[in-house]
Design a protein around this ligand. Structure first.
Ligand code: NDP
Length: 271
């Protein structure tokens, strides 16, 4: 029986299920890498051998992450980027190919959640979610799909993994626009897989439940804020590292295996 502290920690979180370096030789880009799920995933992909480009707007956070990855023996490049700016994303794709080679793993993760009753008519909040969760996601796909197809044509594994949410399928009051953007991502994944799977590019989406990140900090509706705060207080919610391990697993399985839609919930989360 294992009684060491290390093995006990391992039962709390799934953060190191995969061992060895299954992602050696891979080149990854992670959007939304300045905090939360993106930050944890970028770190984990680098630990498993991938060279990782970390993209988001907050340069200081990206630089700190690159320093952490480098100190742990990995390779990373900070790319300050607003993914809603299409020409900036296209320029970034060229820059990444020049510096690190063709990207073969895209973790299309940047997103924002702004919850409000529809009758409050918060046009700006609606627009911000649509701009980032839909247009931003499409900008990244448009810029990097040629590199994914190119990598797959060379016989490498290639992954397009986008962060959706359980909100894509569940009916959560006041989550309307956010849920709509995430439903878009889940359905988009199913459709893109038909086209890209033929070219050996795997297309996946993860649909997490409550993960303890900065996401709720942007929510201004008091009921929604309370709902999320209560979940974090009352149950053992997911950590960003739990989601990171799931993404790493999707990218680490053999090339002919496509884990397409993965829902990951805290065990005690009811909806
Ligand atoms: P965070 O708020 O911690 O992360 C969001 C990330 O997106 C940040 O790195 C932020 O960086 C980045 N971002 C925001 N706007 C832009 C932009 N215009 N251009 C580039 N990057 C941007 O929250 P999470 O880690 O929780 O969120 C990650 C994803 O997970 C989101 O898509 C979210 O919808 C999804 N999700 C989260 C759940 C949760 O419970 N936490 C549950 C289900 C899904 P910066 O501000 O520096 O640009």
């Amino acid at each position: 029986m294992h009684t060491s502290k290390h093995s006990l920690e391992g039962t709390n979180h799934m953060s190191t299920v995969i061992t060895a370096a299954p992602l050696a030789g891979r080149v990854a880009i992670v959007t939304g890498a300045s905090s939360g799920i993106g930050e944890a995933t970028a770190f984990r992909l680098a630990t498993l051998g991938a060279k990782v480009v970390v993209a988001a707007r907050r340069k200081d956070n990206l630089d700190a992450l690159v320093a952490r990855i480098t100190a742990a023996g990995g390779t990373a490049l900070a790319l300050p980027l607003d993914v809603t700016d299409r020409s900036a994303v296209n320029a970034a794709a060229e820059q990444v190919a020049d510096r690190l080679g063709q990207v073969d793993l895209v973790f299309n993760n940047a997103g924002v959640q702004l919850i409000s009753p529809i009758e409050d008519v918060k046009f700006d909040d609606w627009q911000q979610q649509i701009d980032l969760n839909i247009t931003g996601v499409m900008n990244v796909i448009g810029a990097f799909v040629p590199q994914l197809i190119g990598s797959a044509a060379q016989g490498k594994p290639a992954d397009l993994i986008t962060t959706s949410s359980i909100a894509a399928t569940r009916v959560l009051e006041k989550f309307s626009v956010y849920s709509g953007t995430k439903a878009y991502i889940s359905q988009l994944t199913r459709l893109l897989r038909v086209e890209l799977g033929r070219k050996m590019v795997r297309v996946s989406t993860i649909e997490p439940g409550m993960v303890d990140t900065e996401l709720p900090l942007h929510v201004t509706d008091p009921d929604a804020t309370r709902l999320m705060a209560d979940l974090i207080n009352d149950i053992d919610v997911l950590t960003a590292a739990d989601v990171a391990e799931t993404v790493a697993f999707i990218a680490s399985v053999p090339r002919h295996v496509n884990l397409t839609e993965i829902t990951i919930l805290p065990t005690q989360q009811a909806v």
